[in-house]
Design a protein around this ligand. Structure first.
Ligand code: ADP
Ligand code: MG
Length: 264
């Protein structure tokens, strides 16, 4: 059985793409067969995994518009997992999809053609709650919400959670909300911790551990077309490895996901 995990937050810059790439590499490192799907027309995931979206002939756009089977657009990456790339064409897919019945189910139907070739599929949603994100949430077993630990991080969380509830009611009753993943976390100040307790209290939303520390290694890595896991050991890579281990224990053995406590 393939587990599909959507990584969603309509706010940009909260580390959705970084989480998909790094968690993908970490899960591959644990021996899982991993596919990551770029659902953002900006193609940042595609680019950060060493493929230039401007030079690609085929992409997820061709799949969502019904022109190619999903298998035909899958690319390899240097880090032991597969990628469904996005190009700027995807910006036009939204309009095409809106004209179609069952538009929220397009990605789910495409993934169903893969016959469990992968253990885990990670979906990188764009920074909006439009039809592409609805496709990601409808195709998923679970959703993870990266949350940047800064003041006003909670703005928009209520709206996102309402969208998740609507998807559960209408297109995907099986969708579970794994929780928020704290990103760009600064352990040296109390500010990050205060933001997280506030969000957890306000929305009754599990906040997962470990928080992902803020480190310059992420920017360096994506610019070089690799993830932080490919480089020398660093605390960002370590945090994603730990998260991957927690997820695998949860999926395989039903272990509770570890949640954040203010002591971290
Ligand atoms: P999103 O997909 O939500 O828009 P990205 O993953 O593209 O967010 O991240 C936004 C920016 O933040 C990128 O430049 C990325 O390199 C940087 N970034 C992500 N995670 C971290 C981190 N833990 N520490 C420092 N910078 C980070
Ligand atoms: Mg992104």
């Amino acid at each position: 059985m393939t587990t599909v995990l959507a990584v969603a937050n309509q706010k940009g810059g909260v580390a959705k793409t970084t989480t998909v790439a790094s968690l993908g590499a970490a899960l591959a490192g644990l021996g899982r067969k991993v596919l990551v799907v770029d659902l953002d027309p900006q193609g940042c995931l595609t680019f950060s995994l060493g493929h230039n979206p401007d030079r690609l002939e085929t992409s997820v756009h061709d799949v969502l518009t019904g022109q190619l089977p999903l298998r035909d657009v899958v690319l390899d990456t240097d880090e032991g997992f597969a990628l469904v790339p996005a190009t700027i064409d995807l910006a036009g897919a939204e309009a095409v999809l809106l004209m179609r019945p069952g538009r929220e189910f397009t990605l789910k139907r495409a993934l169903a053609t893969l016959d469990d070739d992968y253990d885990v599929v990670l979906v990188d949603c764009p920074p909006s709650l439009g039809v592409l994100t609805l496709n990601g949430l409808t195709a998923a077993n679970a959703v993870l919400v990266p949350l940047q630990c800064e003041t006003l991080a909670h703005r928009g969380v209520g709206q996102l959670l309402r969208t998740v509830t609507e998807v559960q009611q209408i297109t995907n009753p099986d969708l579970t909300l794994l929780g928020a993943l704290p990103t760009l976390y600064d352990a040296r100040t109390t500010h990050s911790r205060d933001v997280l307790s506030d969000v957890a209290d306000r929305y009754d939303l599990p906040v997962l551990a470990p928080p992902i520390p803020r480190t310059v290694r992420f920017a360096e890595a994506s610019a070089s077309g690799a993830t932080v896991l490919a480089g020398r050991g660093n605390k960002g890579a370590q945090a994603y490895r730990e998260l991957a281990g927690n997820l695998v224990a949860h999926w395989d053995d039903g272990a509770d996901l570890r949640t954040f406590t203010a002591a971290e």
